[in-house]
Design a protein around this ligand. Structure first.
Ligand SMILES: Nc1ncnc2c1ncn2[C@@H]1O[C@H](COP(=O)(O)OP(=O)(O)OP(=O)(O)O)[C@@H](O)[C@H]1O
Length: 308
């Protein structure tokens, strides 16, 4: 595997007239992994992708793709694919035209794979792009994003309008094809739990700041909920940072930062305490709230996580 990072962002910022869309984002995306670029509406996800793919210029800082500034380097541009949620196509383009253009543009294009995806996603090849439903439009992006096999592929909210079957087709093919043809994939989303099983690493943006940059395995299960008789819950949580507490008469529900291994879980359960690892989405919500509360200056959380 190439040791040059797929993407290196150094103090990357983007300001529009009255909005700071991205504020001094610094991080490194190693080659050969699937990253989730997460954040609420307006957090800066699309802006980050546009800057990384040379579709917009930064106000400060830079984005290096495989060691090069992409807008100065044609060969690097050819290694990237960016499927935008608002991808533009010429007015008279049919699905077939869009796929034919992609076949020319992307050096690693796999036509057989594209044909298979078109079939599974039931895309009408002869229909004009502008006549497609929202889900069909997203499917075109999925076919191009996957079949291009670009070394660095960005999918900006790829599932918009897709039904459950089509979303599963996407996730299944992404994982299977990634295993056979390792590359770097960045998926933006605000539906964190839906894509959690696909991701290896999460980057969370809030108001243009990178507030979390951590492997999924560090985040998932880093927050645990305990519920049961108050004293037993407090005993089970001894020494762990408490992120939230709710008392309902004699019952207490605590959310703590920390993992419960099999022995700790068994001991807590023997004392009548229910133990549940929080989902990736809930863990991210709790951890970012906690980091906001404990520091007002440092923006990026790395997770050390208390364990039990
Ligand atoms: N061309 C522009 N001119 C002015 N402001 C812009 C422009 N593009 C984006 N912004 C602003 O920058 C911020 C970040 O926008 P961006 O589209 O990157 O967010 P996002 O995380 O992709 O959001 P969403 O999930 O809603 O797609 C928002 O406040 C947005 O309104």
């Amino acid at each position: 595997m190439n040791a040059t990072p797929a993407l290196e962002l150094r103090g990357l910022s983007k300001a529009y007239r009255d909005t700071t869309a991205l504020e001094s984002v610094t991080t490194t995306l190693a080659a050969g992994h699937i990253y989730g670029l997460l954040g609420r509406n307006g957090a800066g996800k699309s802006t980050l992708m546009s800057l990384a793919t040379a579709q917009a210029f930064p106000s400060a800082g830079d984005a290096l793709v495989f060691g090069h500034t992409p807008y100065e380097h044609r060969a690097t541009l050819a290694r990237m694919c960016f499927m935008k949620e608002s991808q533009k196509y010429p007015d008279d383009y049919t699905v077939k035209h869009a796929l034919a253009s992609a076949a020319i543009a992307y050096p690693n294009w796999d036509q057989a794979f594209a044909d298979q995806l078109v079939g599974e996603l039931r895309l009408p090849l002869k229909r004009r792009i502008k006549k497609l439903s929202r889900g069909q439009f997203s499917s075109v992006g999925i076919v191009i994003g996957l079949a291009s096999r670009a070394d660095l592929t960005f999918f900006d909210e790829p599932y918009l309008g897709l039904d459950a079957v089509a979303r599963q087709v996407f996730y299944d093919h992404l994982l299977a094809d990634f295993a056979e043809h390792p590359r770097t994939v960045v998926l933006s989303s605000h539906l964190i739990d839906e894509i959690a099983d696909v991701l290896e690493h999460v980057l969370l943006l809030e108001d243009g700041h990178l507030v979390l940059d951590a492997p999924v395995e560090e985040v998932r299960g880093a927050v645990t909920s305990l519920s049961g008789p108050s004293q037993a819950v407090l005993d089970a949580a001894a020494g762990l940072p408490i992120l939230a507490r709710r008392d309902l008469g004699p019952v207490t529900q605590l959310t703590v930062r920390g993992r419960f291994d099999a022995a700790a879980r068994a001991a807590a359960e023997a004392a009548g305490v229910g133990v549940a690892a929080e989902s990736l989405q809930q863990s991210i919500v709790y951890l970012t709230r906690a980091s906001e509360a404990s520091t007002t200056t440092a923006h990026t959380s790395t997770l050390s996580g208390g364990t039990s």
